[in-house]
Write a protein that binds this ligand. Structure first.
Ligand code: NDP
Length: 291
């Protein structure tokens, strides 16, 4: 079997076009653009690229994107003060604090301060709780992007056996909730799981969110499974002095057995930012509706 490639770049483009139409309608009705404020603390190169992309793509769909760049030595109190200001600013619909934060700042303490209705990353305990209660509000962008890719593949989720590898709050756990909401039978695996290859072989839908280059091998995957690779790992290309990105899935091996698979890059990654833009529009609409 040769797998269908689930093209996240193309699907993200479609979603961005949809968001752009929604933004135009929002502006026409409310006389202002939805606002997304992205906060970057420090100079982590990957975070700099991610935040610049978020701001740029927001602007491309007509969202008022603002990037706040703070020095690495910013104190927790200074960041808290900025968040208080953004929480209170009526023109701000979405607030995103780029992770990781420098050591002197407690990540969860800061994330908990973002008003849940502006929490476009969906990481606030209120939003996590709503998702777990089957009342999704602002849903974490990466797992939401995974669900859209599964939908695009026409994957039948009701009754399907799904395995999610990874139990982080930003990917694994919300992915579990979203798959469960679609009536899949879901198992979540992690570093203490016994015989992971055997568990993965039971999966009709396999989501890998681990952070280990090409960990999922061809013989871990059932014939005809749908495989979503969330992992982004930079590895050296031997003898070239160069690096390249690979996922958590050994793509070539798995593509021979799977019915559909997401590539890395170009799969889940582009969907994450597109879903962030969608969340910003959702947040803006919900905030005006709540008045
Ligand atoms: P975390 O490091 O927070 O979580 C990784 C999870 O993998 C943990 O639950 C860990 O288990 C589990 N794990 C680690 N080693 C193994 C193993 N040998 N066997 C089974 N499970 C294992 O990572 P994230 O969830 O934040 O990210 C996962 C990957 O997804 C990364 O590569 C990241 O770069 C990528 N990512 C991609 C995004 C995108 O837009 N495409 C967005 C966010 C992340 P335990 O809990 O027991 O430690």
């Amino acid at each position: 079997m040769t797998a269908q490639i689930l093209d996240g770049k193309q699907l993200a483009e479609t979603l961005r076009a949809e968001v752009k139409r929604g933004v135009l309608a929002f502006v026409a009705e409310h006389g202002r653009a939805p606002g997304l404020d992205v906060v970057l603390v420090g100079e982590d190169p990957a975070s700099q690229v991610y935040t610049r992309n978020k701001e740029k793509q927001a602007k491309e769909v007509g969202i008022r994107g603002t990037l706040h760049t703070l020095p690495a030595e910013t104190t927790e109190a200074e960041l808290v003060a900025l968040l208080a200001r953004l929480n209170a600013d009526d023109a701000v619909d979405g607030i995103l604090v780029q992770l990781p934060l420098p050591k002197q700042i407690r990540e969860q303490t800061v994330l908990d301060l973002i008003r849940p209705e502006k929490d476009v990353d969906g990481f606030h305990p209120v939003n996590a709780g709503l998702l777990a209660s089957g009342r999704p509000s602002l849903v974490p962008c990466t797992p939401r992007g995974c669900m859209k890719l599964l939908e695009r593949a026409g994957t039948k989720l009701a009754g399907a056996r799904a395995v999610v590898i990874g139990r982080s709050n930003i990917v694994g756990k919300p992915a579990l909730q979203l798959l469960l909401a679609e009536s899949a039978t879901v198992t979540i695996a992690h570093s203490r799981t016994k015989d992971l290859p055997a568990l993965c072989r039971e999966a009709d839908v396999l989501v890998a969110a681990v952070g280990r280059p090409e960990m999922v091998r061809g013989d871990w995957v059932k014939d005809g499974a749908v495989v979503i690779d969330v992992g982004i790992n930079r590895v050296e290309v031997p003898g070239t002095g160069k690096t390249r990105l690979v996922g958590d899935v050994a793509y070539d091996e798995v593509a021979e057995r799977a019915a559909a698979i997401t590539p890395v890059p170009g799969g889940v990654g582009p969907m994450t930012i597109a879903c962030l833009l969608e969340n910003t529009l959702v947040a803006a609409r919900a905030r005006v509706a709540a008045r």
